[in-house]
Design a protein around this ligand. Structure first.
Ligand SMILES: NC(=O)c1ccc[n+]([C@@H]2O[C@H](COP(=O)([O-])OP(=O)(O)OC[C@H]3O[C@@H](n4cnc5c(N)ncnc54)[C@H](O)[C@@H]3O)[C@@H](O)[C@H]2O)c1
Length: 426
């Protein structure tokens, strides 16, 4: 029935009248995206995506709108849907649909049925290149639209969880078109996952709760690129940070970075704020809820809403109520109250605005350049997960440094010679 609701519609957004407000915010974000701005000028001249149909399943934010603008300038016909039901900025979706004329299917708070219906609407536009954050779009094409696979040039994946899933598909021989792992570019995960997630996750927690973070016992579950960033920023706000890990190297790194390292069980008794960023499931679960302090705040910044065992928390609770936007209170039979932020979905996108534009400038420059790369090379690439070509990664770094007015040195011929030599010694 929902599918029929969208038939013949070129967009599904909350309210087209929000476009003006969205346009102002998109322009404002664009000022922090000089690399993308430069690419837009280049793409407008060279038209590297001319006539290519692209389907994007991304967080529909001001930064994504700037990327869509670049792809369109490059000659692509783009359609976009949300990669998370709670991350859409409705004013941005309205601007994309009505001002940029891009088929846009995203409504903040959409239920799961509508979420998948929106993915189907983008697939219905017949994309030859897909761009996604979390792999749901690529999976839907493989699962339900196998007839499209032969015409696909390729795809690009934005986040760690999506890349993990694509690698799992590749291993089973189930991946039927080439995909570039944008997440794995150095100019993506070293900055976006670390500094972007770091700042915006702390921002989301603060906006949702208005808690003082100074002196707060702050538990970060997962010390990957995102976890490192959140831990670093929480410490900067004066919190006492504890890390829970399963990887001994990362746990050791956390300890030497000066954080407390402990098991999840120990942290559950100790902590006051908990953030999961593992890309794994059931990190916070029954035995942890049973011992947490009254007033503990739980949130997730990993891709899917499975890191906190919400169904179990709901079963354990005597009652549940929304006490502030994005804050649900679960009252346990012994009188303790646990606070879950943004329904366990990405707290930085649901309770704040996601990554600042300046860092998405690099992630999305990678996306735009990888799209052009796929148009040129997609047909010749093997059907597996590919790294972002090194020259694209280095170009993005160079462009960003130039935009930041930072000059660096180059090796002298003598230094080049020295580094190539293996005979010289003391
Ligand atoms: N919120 C955002 O905007 C945003 C941005 C980028 C990535 N992400 C998502 O955040 C998640 C983490 O990404 P990343 O790049 O840091 O990944 P990563 O692979 O670098 O780090 C994940 C870490 O979690 C640890 N881990 C796994 N299972 C665990 C468990 N049971 N207990 C404790 N630790 C465990 C791993 O050992 C690893 O060190 C992914 O789901 C990714 O897609 C979110």
């Amino acid at each position: 029935m929902e599918r029929r609701r969208l038939l013949g519609k070129s967009y599904d957004v909350k309210d087209p009248k929000l476009a003006e407000a969205g346009g102002l915010r998109i322009e404002y974000a664009g000022q922090q995206m000089p690399v993308l701005k430069g690419l837009k000028e280049r793409f407008a001249k060279e038209k590297p995506l001319s006539g290519i149909r692209m389907g994007a399943c991304l967080h529909v934010t001001t930064e994504t709108a700037n990327l869509m603008d670049v792809l369109k300038a490059g000659g692509a016909e783009v359609a976009v849907c949300a990669s998370n039901p709670l991350s859409t900025q409705d004013d941005v979706a309205a601007w994309l649909a009505t001002e940029l004329g891009i088929p846009t299917f995203a409504v903040r708070g959409e239920n799961n049925e509508v979420y998948y219906e929106h993915i189907e609407a983008v697939i219905g536009m017949g994309p030859q290149i897909t761009m996604y954050d979390g792999c749901d779009l690529v999976f839907a094409i493989h699962d339900k639209h196998a007839d499209m696979l032969s015409t696909m040039l390729g795809g690009s994946e934005e986040t760690t969880t999506g890349v993990i899933r694509l690698r799992a598909m590749e291993k089973k021989g189930a991946l039927k078109y080439p995909v570039v792992a944008v997440n794995d570019a150095n100019t993506k995960h070293l900055f976006d996952n670390r500094y972007g997630t770091g700042q915006s996750t702390v921002d989301g927690i603060m906006r949702a709760t208005n808690l003082l973070l100074a002196g707060r016992r702050f538990v970060v579950c997962g010390y990957g690129w995102c976890g490192r960033g959140v831990a670093m920023r929480a410490r900067g706000m004066g919190s006492i940070v504890a890390i829970c890990e399963v990887d001994p190297l990362r746990a050791l790194e956390a300890a030497m970075d000066g954080h407390l390292v402990m098991t999840m069980m120990e942290a559950a008794r100790w902590g006051e704020v908990f953030v999961t960023l593992t890309g794994d499931r059931s990190i916070l679960r029954k035995e942890h809820f049973e011992v947490m302090k009254d007033g503990a705040v739980l949130c997730n910044s990993g891709h899917f809403d499975v890191e906190i065992d919400i169904p179990v928390l709901r079963e354990m609770a005597q009652s549940e109520r929304r006490v502030r936007p994005m804050v649900d209170e679960f009252l346990l039979p012994d009188g303790r109250r646990l606070y879950l932020l943004s329904e366990g979905r990405l707290v930085n996108l649901a309770a704040a605005e996601g990554h600042p534009a300046s860092v998405m400038d690099m992630s999305f420059a990678n996306q735009a350049l990888c799209a052009a790369y796929l148009v040129k090379n997609g047909r010749a690439l093997e059907k597996r997960v590919h790294q972002v070509p090194r020259d694209i990664d280095e170009e993005v770094a160079r462009l960003k440094l130039a935009a930041m007015d930072i000059e660096i040195d180059t090796l002298t011929p003598e230094q080049q010679q020295y580094l190539a030599d293996y005979q010289g010694g003391t």
